[in-house]
Structures are given as C-alpha cells and as structure tokens.
Ligand binder design. Structure first.
Ligand code: ADP
Ligand code: MG
Length: 204
C-alpha cells in the first residue's frame, strides 16, 4: 500500500470532511449522553489537521499519520482527542514505509491496543473501541472496502442498545441505553472515508 502525494492529500481531506460535515450530528449524539462537544471537538481537530496541508502530504504515509495524531492530541479537548490521536500516532509508528495489507492488519491491532491502554477500556463498554475492534477483525479477515465500511456503520449502530461503562456517558448508567455512542459514530465516519480513498480489495 503505497500512496502517492496526491492520494495522501485526498485521504487527509476525505477524513477531515467526513467528520466536519457531520459535526452537527456528532454534537446531537453527544448531547443525548454526554456534554455535547464531540462534533466541535472533532471539527476543531480536523480543521487543525487541514491547516497543516499541503506540507502534511509531503510526508511519507507513516510520518503523515503520526503528524495527524499529534495534531489531534494537541488540538482536541475532551476524551476523544487523545484517544483518536493515539490511534493515528500508533498506526503511523507501526506501519513500515512500504506496507502491504498484512502490515496494516498488524499496525491497526497495535494502534487499537494503544487506545485501550490510554482509555483503560475494552470493546463492549460503548466507546469507539466498539467500532475499531470489529472493523479490524473484518480487515484481518480479508474484507473489501464495502465489507469494512458496512461493518463500521453496523458496529456504530450496535452501540445504541449498549450500557456505557467508560467515558462521560457512563455517568448516566442505564439512561445511556438507547443512544448511539458519539465516538463510535465518528470512528465509523472516518473509517468509511478512509476505505473509499484506499479502495481495499478483498484478500484471502
Ligand atoms: P468528552 O467525553 O470528554 O466530552 P468527546 O465528547 O469528544 O469527549 O468524546 C466522547 C467519546 O469518546 C465517547 O463517545 C467514546 O466513544 C469515547 N471515549 C470516552 N472515554 C473513553 C475511554 N475511556 N475509552 C475509549 N473511548 C472513550
Ligand atoms: Mg463530549
């Protein structure tokens, strides 16, 4: 998977647009079970990322991912900035300069472990890990772009009936049930945007 400069810039813009265009939706999800800042947090973070273009896309893919992660950690308030930022940073650290799909499978697993460590969380607690973990399984299992995007959307939907055990929504206890987790929705949007640009083909 080697992306040229044009593809790298396209990827950054697609990721940023996916959350910026859905900021209002992310905000209303967070208004239901959080403090209503998730849309603004993600928008602010990815606007800061966009502001580092065009230089950002001059970097290699791993270096670019690390830089995106650092910007998100620095610019996004709230729980999501350090968590999503950690994911990008660790993905960049774990990916070799010239990567094949197996490298991406291994690197996403490492990045997810870093998110778990940072959030002291696991899948099943109604957080963005409930999207990252099952999507990584589909990636590891050879799924194509369509399968990965479909799993991301379905995994975000599956957080609706869940009880929040981590993050601000956990303060609501049972009242967190019946609402989609905002971080899961933004993770699903980012994954959908990424696979569209990367055009994953199925592998066995
Ligand atoms: P905050 O909760 O500080 O207001 P955001 O609203 O930007 O931050 O982000 C909330 C999202 O962050 C949640 O929907 C959830 O997906 C994710 N999140 C919060 N805490 C954790 C955690 N400990 N582990 C994993 N994800 C978490
Ligand atoms: Mg919030």
């Amino acid at each position: 998977m080697s992306l040229d400069r044009v593809a790298r810039e396209k990827l950054v813009r697609a990721l940023a647009d996916s959350v910026i265009q859905h900021a209002d939706e992310l905000t209303s999800l967070d208004q239901a079970i959080g403090d209503g800042d998730h849309g603004l947090n993600m928008k602010r973070g990815f606007e800061a990322v966009l502001a580092t273009l065009p230089g950002l896309a001059d970097k290699s893919l791993p270096e670019m991912l690390k830089a995106i992660g650092m910007t998100l950690v620095m610019k996004v308030g709230g729980a999501s900035g350090p968590l999503v930022g950690t994911f990008f940073m660790e993905l960049g650290k774990a990916l070799p300069e010239q990567s094949i799909r197996a490298d991406l499978v291994a690197a996403t697993a490492k990045a997810i472990d870093a998110v778990k460590a940072r959030g002291r969380s696991e899948a099943g607690q109604k957080t963005l890990l409930d999207v990252l973990v099952p999507v990584q399984v589909v990636l590891a299992g050879g799924g194509d772009a369509k399968a990965i995007a479909a799993e991301a959307a379905q995994a975000a939907d599956r957080t609706t009936p869940m009880l929040a055990i981590r993050g601000r929504a956990s303060f609501l206890g049972e009242r967190s049930i019946g609402h989609m987790d905002p971080g899961s929705r933004s993770a699903s949007l980012l994954i959908g945007a990424a696979v569209k640009v990367l055009e994953f083909e199925a592998s066995s």
